[in-house]
Structure formats: structure tokens, C-alpha cells
Ligand binder design. Sequence first.
Ligand code: SAM
Length: 243
Amino acid sequence: THFGYRDVPVAQKQKLVGEVFSSVAAKYDLMNDLMSFGIHRLWKRHFVGIAGIRAGDRVLDLAGGTGDIAALMLPKVGATGEVVLGDINASMLRVGRDRLTDRGLVQGLRYAQMNAEALPFPDRTFDAVTIAFGLRNVTDKQRALEEMHRVLKIGGKALILEFSAVKLEWLKPLYDLHSFQVLPRLGQLFAQDADSYRYLAESIRKHPDQETLAGMMEQAGLVKVEVRNLSGGIVAIHRGYRV
Ligand code: SAM
């Protein structure tokens, strides 16, 4: 590879690989901040704020990647609760674990590699299951919603934070300009990768809108489904319960 790993001793190699991944994670954070003007942090706070997590709760954060959501929920579950961070990608999981550990967050956290479409837990395990900016990447979304429902305890809730359909007319042209003109340029400038950010804008448009996703949640057995738009529908929070 262009990093020239082949001739370095194993310990050093592992360190190099670690550095590549943390630089990817650092870049990922930078891009999130640039693309959203830092607002993704507020969206995540709001999301965890209305999740109604209580002391002693057992919570699963799917597609937990960077650990942002887990870090916000951990103080809420307290010493008697537990947050399980799940991600399909082992490197993302490692990055998340390293960052949370570096911040002194260890007690009450568990990590497991998993596909949201086939959760490795028995029925009725969790008080809440969250997925933030992850459902869009899942191939079989209906299946993932059914799995979220299955692992929830009776009375437990599923919470989804995801890009959605902009509902404010005046915002639409600005949002399109940002998505199709600004994003690829930011991607090129800061990540030497315009295509991924072009793809991002397209994947957001293909993702089910507020009403469709709410219907899919009901189809999966969730009830009292509620939608809350943030920033005019650029993102939406969906919440539903298992009864
Ligand atoms: N939740 C984090 C956040 O809000 O910053 C990370 C979001 S990141 C955009 C999407 C994550 O979804 C990645 O870490 C990726 O590995 C994970 N992912 C993609 N498909 C998945 C699947 N089928 N099951 C579980 N995780 C998945």
C-alpha cells in the first residue's frame, strides 16, 4: 500500500493502522461539523433529550460508530444501567470505544459488532433502542425496524434520528444548493473525496420520507409513532413504542 506497511514490525504496524483509523474518525467529525455548521451536535443532544432515558435503563445504540449518542446516554442510565454500542463495522466500533475510553467513559458501556438486520439479542432485552444517521445505510430497513421492535421490552421505545424530507418551501432551494454544490466541494477540499459526498446527498433523497418511515415503523409493530422535524425536516426524529 502507499503507506508502506509491508516492511514494518507488527507492533508498529498496528500503531500505524490505529492512526489511519483515528485520522479517518477525526476527518469524519470535521466533515460532520463543516457540512452541518456544527448543528449535528444539537440534533444529537435533542434526540437523546427526548429519548426519555432513565436511571437503570438498558439501552442499545445501533450503528453507534463514533460513540456520540452512547456518550450522551451513558450519564442518563446511571450506575445501574447499561449502554450497548453496536456497529456492523469493527473499525468504527474500535474508534468509538477508543474515544469513549479516552473521555473516561467505561463503566456501563459494552461494545458488540452487529448487523442491525439481525440483532444478537433475545426478545425483550432493552428499554430503548436508538439509531442515529445509521438506518439510511441499512439495506433492509424494514427488517431492521422489526429487529428493533423484537429486542424491545414491553413499553420500551425505538428512536430514529435520520435525514429526512425538507418541509419548508423556502429552505428547499438552499438545501439543494448546499447538497449538490457545496457538499461535493467540501468533500473534495477536506477529504479529497467529492464522490462520497455526492452519494451522501443522493442517498438522503432516496431515504423514506417522514410519513413513509412512520408507516414502516407501524408495519414493524411499533405503536404511538410520532415524528418531530428538526431544522425544517433536514433531519427528523421518529419515536415508537412496543406494547
Ligand atoms: N451513530 C453515529 C453518529 O451519529 O455519529 C454514526 C453514524 S455513521 C454515519 C453510520 C454507521 O452505520 C457507520 O458506523 C456504519 O458502520 C454503520 N452501519 C452501516 N450499516 C449498518 C448495519 N447494517 N448494521 C449496523 N451498523 C451499520
